[in-house]
Design a protein around this ligand. Structure first.
Ligand SMILES: Nc1ncnc2[nH]cnc12
Ligand SMILES: [Zn+2]
Length: 328
């Protein structure tokens, strides 16, 4: 069994495997513009973040009913358990659903039906992170936050995702402040394709407690010093970065350099059905292409629990499981 780990950067909509997309399309009477599973899988070839997002939003159309969201989440949890995941903090994109007529109650009812039984069925504790779409206006994010008010007992944090360049974090300063006032924690995608200055803004303006991706921090030595001093976790997604060409080859991925700079780095799968692997597959890629050794891989597993929004007792117990696990 792979080493126990937490997954902290996972878009539930990005776990939609082609087979399930066709099953849900059939169930909902939708015709996908692909002849079969293989034709759809062939479309999984991307030149940048936007080329992926186009397909990601298109395929979401098959998600219509609570049961669809439950089946999607259940399928992810089963795969994650087999990869050693013991805790998952899961992003979802409400605006991508409400904008096409699927209401927030439907999404949350479906997701939570699977999450509520996850610990008993799969040994995975969970948290839900509501993401605002960066390429939509701030007032829409604020409306989404208010719509989420009746569901706050199911939501741990807010984040922000979708297209990055041209959408600096400053745009969401008020929305994140309002989320904090509602008792939510804050994380933010920054520095995936966008510049290091977006990471500074995510820290200083959004008060993000974790940076999702953050690989462009390496362009800015003062930022590296800050991230190392504060031990602000980065949720790095190696296979995603290579598939979206933020990094040209796994052998050149900056994750080892970020660890060497003293940052609290974690490994995650982002959108595993689109990027060729789940979280342990990312560990495997780091070992194969970058030669990360047992000590580094074990440190990454431990970091994932350190960086998690977990209650202290479960955090301690899961770190003890890492320490007791032989190898990685
Ligand atoms: N890697 C990513 N970056 C930004 N937005 C996303 N939405 C889903 N995956 C994403
Ligand atoms: Zn992401």
């Amino acid at each position: 069994m792979p080493i126990p780990k937490a997954e902290l950067h996972l878009h539930i909509e990005g776990t939609l495997e082609p087979e399930l997309a066709f099953t849900l399309a059939d169930r909902n009477g939708i015709t996908l513009p692909y002849s079969d599973v293989d034709a759809l899988r062939q479309a999984y070839s991307f030149t940048d973040l936007q080329s992926f997002l186009n397909l990601y939003y298109e395929l979401m159309d098959v998600l219509r009913t609570p049961r669809d969201f439950t089946d999607l989440t259940e399928a992810y949890l089963a795969r994650a358990a087999a990869q050693g995941v013991r805790h998952a903090e899961i992003f979802f994109d409400p605006q991508a659903h409400t904008s096409r007529g699927v209401d927030l109650d439907t999404v949350i009812e479906g997701l939570t039906a699977a999450l509520d039984t996850s610990l008993a069925r799969h040994g995975i504790s969970t948290a839900l992170i509501l993401c605002f779409l960066r390429d939509r206006p701030a007032h829409e994010a604020m409306d989404t936050l208010h719509q989420a008010r009746p569901h706050l007992d199911h939501i741990s944090a807010v984040g922000r995702d979708s297209a990055e360049v041209g959408h600096p974090p400053a745009k969401f300063t008020e929305v994140f402040a309002a989320a904090r006032d509602m008792g939510l924690r804050c994380v933010a995608h920054a520095g995936e394709e966008g510049p290091a200055s977006y990471i500074w803004q995510a820290l200083d303006l959004l008060k993000a407690e974790r940076i999702d991706h953050g690989i462009r921090a390496l362009d800015d030595p003062a930022l590296l010093t800050r991230l190392a001093a504060d031990q602000t976790p980065l949720t790095v997604c190696p296979l995603s970065n290579v598939r979206l060409r933020a990094v040209d080859h796994m052998a050149h991925h900056p994750l080892p350099a970020l660890m060497d700079a003293g940052l609290l780095v974690t490994v995650n799968s982002d959108d595993p059905s689109y990027f060729g692997g789940y979280v342990h597959d990312n560990f495997q890629a780091l070992h194969t292409h970058l030669g990360l050794d047992t000590e580094h891989l074990r440190r990454l597993a431990r970091n994932s629990f350190t960086a998690a929004f977990l209650d202290p007792d479960r955090k301690r117990a899961l770190i003890a499981q890492v320490d007791a696990h032989p190898g990685w």
